[in-house]
Design a protein around this ligand. Structure first.
Ligand SMILES: Cc1cc2nc3c(=O)[nH]c(=O)nc-3n(C[C@H](O)[C@H](O)[C@H](O)COP(=O)(O)O)c2cc1C
Length: 209
């Protein structure tokens, strides 16, 4: 069955100046080779407009409840959020690519998550608590960090992958894998090795994603 894949990247640079983007490229290119019928839609969060939830959005939401007339800013921002969340719900698979910045991902990734985390679409509230609605999706997250976070003393400080995983679980996504490209700042002599090993792991993982 043909799948719709969103390739969501939160990096100001391309693969020539970024470990995560380079490993992400290896993953998505291999994925497309393995699944030529699938559609891969890139979402470059540094180029797309991702409206942060602000006063216009709150006032627009209020007017949608009360029946008031939306201003052009309210209308534009809210319809863009809807476009982003519709696109997310209509996809089958998500590939996230992020650098680690201060233990987590760049802020535009959080803005994107805020745009897709819509009650009634990604999850719904029940008497037994919230239930995820995206139970037929898959997610893969590639994160690059200067230090080591997959194990060892800093593991508890890792909040990028943990956050994305938590949100995907909350949405009901049953399969969430992570690949860390890590330790090149801690071990500069191993940097080239870390990158090429991660690219090979990414290609392997892409075959079965
Ligand atoms: C603003 C900023 C914050 C960073 N914070 C961390 C950090 O908390 N922990 C860490 O191990 N490396 C940190 N680094 C290093 C990056 O995680 C590392 O260079 C990684 O390779 C970035 O991904 P990229 O190669 O895709 O750009 C930081 C880098 C920048 C630019």
């Amino acid at each position: 069955m043909m799948a719709e894949v969103l390739y969501i990247t939160a990096h100001p640079h391309d693969e020539t100046a970024s470990y995560s983007m380079s490993v992400g490229k290896a993953f998505i290119e291999q994925y497309q080779i393995a699944n030529p019928e699938d559609t891969v839609t890139p979402i470059d969060l540094y180029k797309e407009s991702i409206p942060p939830i602000d006063a216009d959005i709150f006032s627009g939401w209020g007017k949608l409840q009360s029946g008031g007339q939306l201003s052009s800013d309210e209308e534009r921002k809210i319809s863009r959020l809807k476009e982003l969340s519709d696109q997310f719900m209509n996809a089958d698979k998500y590939v996230f690519v992020t650098p680690m910045w201060n233990f987590s991902f760049p802020p535009v990734m959080k803005a994107y998550i805020d745009s897709v985390a819509v009650a009634g679409k990604a999850f719904r509230y029940t008497e037994e608590g919230p239930v995820g609605l995206l139970t037929d999706k898959k997610a893969f997250h590639i994160q690059s960090c200067g230090g080591i976070y997959s194990e060892g003393p800093a593991a508890g400080m890792e909040m990028g992958h943990r956050y994305i995983k938590t949100v995907m679980q909350f949405f009901g996504v049953p399969s969430i894998e992570g690949l860390f490209v890590e330790g090149h700042a801690a071990m500069p002599d191993k940097a080239a090795d870390i990158k090429s090993t991660a690219e090979a792991e990414a290609r392997d993982a892409a075959e079965t994603f």
